[in-house]
Structures are given as C-alpha cells and as structure tokens.
Ligand binder design. Structure first.
Ligand code: HDD
Length: 677
C-alpha cells in the first residue's frame, strides 16, 4: 500500500511496475525470445549481432556498485515526522515550527564493520541515519545507537576502521571486533575507552531496530530567527523501549536468520506495527559552554541526562517499506553536512572531518556528482543552481546561462536573504594559530567510561565482563591483552580484575578511581517495558486442549503479541472442541532464538519425540533468560532443573491467571536474575 506523503508522491514518478507488460530492450524494442542467444545454426556459434543478449549481459555485468566503506549492511524504511510544539524559541528550522506539519523521512539502520552480506547480530554499533525531506531542503541526522564515538578527530577514522575491519593479510574476521588489530587500536588510542564500554555492553546487540535509541552524537547548534544559538544534542527514544538479546543468542541468530533485524523491521511495517521514536533534544545555551566537567565539543563525551534533561519534541513513525532495496536503501546518500536553516555545526573536530568524507565517498560509490538526482536523494522542494553535466545527469537545464553573476537571466538563479530562507552560517568568532593538536580539555578519557560502568545494573555489569572476556579471549597477542587490561584499570577495578582473571592476564595494580557518579538513564534496566509486538512461539501437537489453548492465544493476540505455531509438521493440527490451527513452523524451521518467549501448549501426549524437540526449544529459551510457559502435559518439561521456581517461568497449575502472568513475564523481556548462579 502506498501512503501519501510528498516524498512518496515524488518517488511514484520513478516507480515502474513491470508486471503484465510486454518485454522490451532498454531501447524499447519488443523482445521476441529471451531464452536462447542468436546462433548460426542450432549447435553453432553465438552471433555478435544479438543486441538483446549483449545488452542483457552487459547490464548484468555492471549491476554491482561498491558497498559502503562502513555501514555496508543496512536496511531502511519510509516514514513521517511531526513536532509536538513549535521550537521557534530555539531554532528557525521550518520542520520544527508547526505541530500540524508532517515531514517525510527515510531512515536507514545499519551495522558498522561488516560487509553487505554479513550477519545482523554482530557485536557492533548500529547506524541510525534519518533523512528529513523538509520544505527547505534535506536535513540528515546521521547518528548511531551509541551517544559517543571512538575517536575525537576525523583524522583517525581511517585508522579506526582499518583496525576493526577484517585483518588484511587473511581477511578474518568478518563483522567482529574480537581480534588483535581492533584491540591494539583501542589500547593505543585510549580516547576510545568510553565508546568501547558501550560496544561491549548490551547496546551492541539490540533485540530490534525498533528497540534501540539513536543519537546524533555530535554537539550541533540550534539557531533561532534572532540569531541566538544553543548547543544541542539529538536523541531518538524508541516508544517500545531499549532492549537487547544475549550474546549466545546473538551468535546463534546470525546462523539461524542472518536477516533477523531487517525481517523484524519489514514484518512490523507490513503488519501495521509501525515503529515509533520520539525525537529528544538536550540544549545548553551558548553562554554555558564552559560550565561542565566535560568539553561540549568532545564527541567521546555525553551530557548526562540528569544534568541536561532530554526534552521530547516530536515523533517519527516508520510506516512504509521500500519498493526496491537497491534503488532506495542502497542508493540513499546521507551526509551530516545536509543541514537546513536553524541547524548549524560546532567546532567538534570529528564532525568537521565528517563534513568532507560523506560527499567524497558518494562520488565513488554512486559514480559521480549527480547522486542528488537519484530519486531517493532528491529534495521535495525545487532546487536550482548553475551546476551542470557530469555522469548520469538527469536534469535538462534549459537556456544558455550557467554562471553567476549574469545579466542574460537577470542574475538568476538568485541568492536569498536570511529572511527569504537563505542559509547563513552562524557567525562564530574564531581566532587561533594553525596547529595540529588536541585541546587539553579533551584529555580525560576515563571519567565517563567509569560513569557508564557505575550506571549499569548488576546483570549489565556481568555482560560487560563477559563481553570483554570474550573479545580479549579471541585476541592472540598476550601483549595486547595486557595493554587493554592495564588501560581499563583506569575505569573500573572490578571490571579489570574479573576480565584479567578470565583471560589469564596479570591483574594490574589497583588504581584510585574517584568517580562515584552514575546516570540511571544509561541503564537499559530503566527503559520502557511493553508486550506489544513481541513474538511467542506456541508448540502444539495433535489433540491439544482446544478451548483452553484458544483462550490463551486469543488473549495474547488481543494484546498485540504475535503468536506463531510450531509442531512436528506443517499443515493443520487439531485440538479438542473442534479447534484447528494452521502451523507456521516445524521443529526444523523454528528456533527459540527467533522468539521472545516460548509456550508449550500440549497435545500429542504419547509422542516422546515431539516432547524431546519441544524441550530443546524450551530449555534454550530458558537459558537465554526468556519467559517460558507451559499448559497441560507441557508442564512436565518445566519441572526439571528447578526451572519451575525460576522467574519468568509460568505454569498453568501454579497460577490462577496464566495469560496475565505470562504476559507480565513477557513485558519484563529478560529475567536477569536467572543468570545469578
Ligand atoms: Fe560515518 C556512513 C554514522 C563518524 C565517514 N556513518 C555512516 C552511516 C552512519 C554513520 C549511520 C551510514 C549512513 C547510511 O546508512 O548510508 N559516522 C557516523 C557517526 C559518526 C561517524 C554517528 C560519529 C559520530 N563517519 C564518521 C567519521 C567519518 C565517517 C569520523 C570520516 C571522517 N561514514 C563515513 C563514510 C560513510 C559513513 C565513509 C560510509 C558510507 C557513507 O558515508 O555514505 O563517509
């Protein structure tokens, strides 16, 4: 279904439906035959004059373009944004003025390190790039799901990426940071300490694109019509809360369904479960620039929400899948330098370097300077200037004039005054010596890494210890392992000692760490909990108790929980009371890691093989701390290993209101207490 927004209307002009049409060549000539090349005799040589073969093969030979140098693996959707109330006081950006105005958006989510075909559950930051097609031109908020970055200066970006990508001598490992070069980079570029805490945390293995936060990372500026500036940081807050999977599960999902995140996004939108995110801003008036114990220009620092509150100013809803992944998701070109009046840059040296890199990369990736003309990249407002020609030019600019100033076209296209919407850069006074150096105010690399550690729940701390132990456990060099351990001794004694023990490194001398501050907003424990759109695998066999199961299933569905049936065969499975269900999966195609919860609903009482398979699914879900439930004979499976007494295990015979309790267990997401041995 095509929903109407100005961007979708524009894209329709370029959209073709080839179904039920006659096949033609690209020159429009109808094709007579598409299976056999033209030959001199049935067994003879193929003829060069076969223009259809030549064209078909040439196009095929050139179908691929270079994948993105980073963020190659991504998936996108269309949607809309609306501001809650006018932000006029802070910014003149047109799309943030009027609550009745809807701005079309296109959002691409991605992993960073892996290639285009890599598994989506890699331990990695996630890209969260949003293109707002505003009436004043495109505004791109090119962020990540982590609010800080590895480095402070764009000069180091190629080094960082070289270190995390597969090692060049053997091309190993794919989409993973658990290798020597990455950790060598970390230990020798210690500004990465804070970001690495985030990439080792649960944030790096999200349950869904729909359940992760987004951050603009840099400090930008809001500028209002009077020219007053505020420093601003952007946040996306998912309405469903921020949730993650567990590491063992992540690795298994990569095998069972490497498309897990894109499938989840695609299916949610197809089902009408539109992902929603609120846009939040933290603002600091320009005159307060130096009032904090961090430098507001340093991209390795966040602004604790308890010190600078996040104001929620609008909502984005993703409500339409793409028509064509290549034309839209692959060809979309984001750029942090695509700004509109009212949003401006700061002197963050990482941001400044990005402003160069993004156009530069599109020139090779999209083959020339006309990528803005590709349908997905075109603004919805008109655009006029004197730029001409280049590969793949679509626009036919009429008339002889392509220069400024001119008299032949009355000096048009004309520039605009600020009042007319002309983009006037914020007039910051800058005075300094040319110098290659880092500001001393950027030199504290550990305080906020400790703040992050202090803010984690016990379970989250354990996950960090496990993640560091896993990653460093994969590092071959003892020296690199030790360097990282010594570095993190500056962040947390507990973390370092536990990891050092796990990897057999030397426990460093205890350092005095005086940071006691924490920021509750950083812990996922404090996020929104909801059952909506959660996926439950329900295992049923022939002869299940019809009415009883139906009641539970209907209650789950009424709460927008998605139920998928699993049995030992596809087709229909019959319960008592004439209740019949069509199966979605067999034990071969289903796996516990693809569900948020598993319920064994009974049936096939005598079938031992059936219950063995059901037990496997159930026990794995349990080991990943998911809610598990059982009705009828399924209960036997949960009465082992003390499972029945654990949190998030719901047995019909132990509770009056099974569905209510099962849903409460689902809302919790993961029952972390089970991890405590
Ligand atoms: Fe970047 C892509 C986010 C630092 C250079 N970046 C890219 C994408 C995201 C980010 C989400 C994918 C966009 C898409 O889906 O097409 N990048 C970030 C964030 C950063 C960051 C949040 C730090 C705050 N990036 C960064 C630096 C540089 C780049 C410092 C270089 C100086 N990034 C690129 C790039 C990419 C890119 C090479 C690859 C494909 C593209 O731009 O279009 O130019």
């Amino acid at each position: 279904m095509t929903r109407n927004n100005s961007k979708k209307e524009q894209l329709e002009q370029y959209t073709t439906d080839d179904r039920k049409k006659k096949m033609t060549t690209n020159q429009g000539v109808r094709v007579y035959e598409d299976e056999f090349s033209l030959k001199a005799g049935k067994r003879g040589p193929t003829l060069m004059e076969d223009f259809h073969f030549r064209e078909k093969m040439t196009h095929f030979d050139h179908e691929r373009i270079p994948e993105r140098i980073v963020h190659a693996r991504g998936f996108a959707a269309h949607g809309e944004f609306q501001v809650y109330e006018s932000m006029k006081k802070f910014t003149k950006a047109d799309f943030l003025q009027d609550p009745s105005k809807t701005t079309p958006v296109f959002v691409r989510f991605s992993t960073v390190a892996g290639s285009k075909g890599s598994g989506e559950l890699a331990r990695d930051a996630r890209g969260f790039a949003t293109k707002f097609y505003t009436d004043e031109g495109n505004y791109d908020l090119v962020g990540n799901n982590i609010p800080v970055f590895f480095i402070q200066d764009a000069m180091k970006f190629p080094d960082l990426i070289h270190a995390v990508k597969p090692e060049p001598h053997n091309g190993i490992p794919q989409a993973a940071s658990a290798h020597d070069t990455f950790w060598d980079f970390v230990a020798n570029n210690q500004e990465s300490a804070h970001m690495v805490m985030w990439t080792m945390s649960d944030r790096a293995i999200p349950r869904s694109f729909r359940m992760m936060e987004g951050f603009g990372v840099h400090t930008f500026r809001f500028v209002n019509a009077e020219g007053k500036s505020h420093f601003v940081k952007f946040h996306w807050k998912p309405v469903l809360g921020t949730h993650s999977v567990v590491w063992d599960e992540a690795q298994k999902i990569n095998g069972k369904d490497p498309d897990f995140h894109r499938r989840d996004l695609w299916e949610s939108i197809e089902n009408g479960d539109y992902p929603e995110y609120e846009l939040g801003v933290q603002m600091i008036p320009e005159e307060d620039e130096f009032k904090f114990d961090f430098d507001v220009l340093d991209p390795t620092k966040l602004w604790p929400e308890e010190e600078v509150p996040v104001q929620l100013i609008g909502k984005m809803t993703l409500n339409q899948n793409v028509e064509n992944v290549f034309a839209e998701t692959e060809q979309v070109a984001f750029h942090p330098g695509h700004v509109v009046p009212g949003i401006d840059f700061t002197n963050d040296p990482l941001l400044q370097g990005r402003l160069f890199s993004y156009t530069d990369t599109q020139l090779i990736r999209l083959g020339g300077p006309n990528f803005h003309e590709l349908p997905i990249n075109r603004p919805v407002c008109p655009f006029h200037n004197n730029q001409r020609d280049g590969y793949g030019r679509h626009t036919i600019n009429s008339g002889p004039v392509s220069y400024h100033n001119n008299s032949m076209a009355d000096n048009t296209p004309q520039t605009s005054t600020e009042e007319e919407g002309g983009y006037k850069h914020y007039q910051e006074k800058v005075d300094g010596h040319k110098i290659r150096a880092r500001s001393e105010s950027f030199e504290d690399h550990f305080t906020q890494a400790t703040l992050f550690w202090n803010s984690m729940s016990a379970a989250e701390k354990q996950h960090l210890i496990n993640a560091f132990s896993f990653e460093l456990g994969k590092v071959e060099s003892k020296s690199i392992q030790q360097q990282v351990i010594d570095m993190y001794a500056n962040v947390s004694t507990e973390l370092t000692q536990e990891v050092a023990k796990a990897i057999g490194a030397q426990i460093p001398e205890e350092k005095e760490i005086n940071i006691t501050k924490s920021s509750p907003a950083l812990s996922q424990q404090n996020t929104v909990h909801s059952v909506s759109t959660r996926k439950v695998g329900v295992i049923v066999g022939e002869g299940f108790k019809g009415k009883e199961v139906q009641e539970v299933v209907n209650d789950l569905k009424m709460n927008n929980i998605h139920v998928e049936f699993i049995s030992n065969q596809l087709g229909t499975v019959n319960g008592t009371d004439n209740i019949v269900y069509e199966m979605d999966h067999t034990f071969l195609t289903a796996d516990s890691v693809l569900f948020d919860a598993v319920l064994v609903a009974g049936g096939d009482e005598e079938n031992k093989a059936f219950y063995k398979q059901a037990a496997l699914l159930l026990h794995e879900a349990y080991s990943h701390l998911k809610p598990v439930g059982a009705l009828n004979i399924g209960e036997e499976l949960l009465k082992v290993d003390d499972m029945k007494d654990s949190e998030g295990v719901v047995l019909e015979s132990f509770c009056k209101d099974f569905t209510k309790q099962f849903m409460e267990a689902i809302a919790v997401h993961r029952h972390w207490n089970r991890e405590v041995v």
